[in-house]
Design a protein around this ligand. Structure first.
Ligand SMILES: [Zn+2]
Length: 131
């Protein structure tokens, strides 16, 4: 089945794909990274965990990059929140919950969290850290 050290979980949203592709290339991970594409990627923990487990157990993934993005249809977009701050907080909370789930089962796997934020220039992948 081969070996793959990296995994990125991202939203299926078409607007993000170019930015994610660039990020993967910049990190030199082109063709060396598992990709899970789900709407509202960190919202349904059980669903996401099912695929994350496969990547870790079958492919030997050691570095997991969890991502969320602003204006996600999986969350009802910007309109579902009273402010951008509350939206970011909500998206980050779900991402941290998912991270905690991964770390509980796989303490040796490094889990990075990235919040994708949109400005006039396009999308930024804002790294919130790892452990
Ligand atoms: Zn989305």
């Amino acid at each position: 089945m081969g070996k793959c050290n990296h995994l990125i979980l991202h939203c299926m949203d078409y607007r993000l794909q170019d930015t994610i592709e660039e990020w993967i290339k910049k990190k030199g991970l082109n063709g060396k990274i598992d990709r899970i594409s789900i709407g509202g990627p960190c919202k349904d923990i059980e669903f996401a965990m099912k695929y994350i487990k496969t990547c870790i157990e079958k492919h030997g993934v050691k570095n997991v990059y969890l991502t969320q993005h602003e204006d996600c249809a999986g969350y009802g977009g910007h309109d579902a929140f009273s402010s951008l701050d509350s939206e970011r907080e909500n998206l980050t909370d779900d991402m941290m919950d998912l991270k905690a789930n991964v770390k509980l089962l796989y303490p040796d796997v490094e889990v990075h969290t990235i919040l994708m934020q949109e400005d006039d220039e396009g999308w930024d992948m804002v790294d919130l850290g790892k452990d």
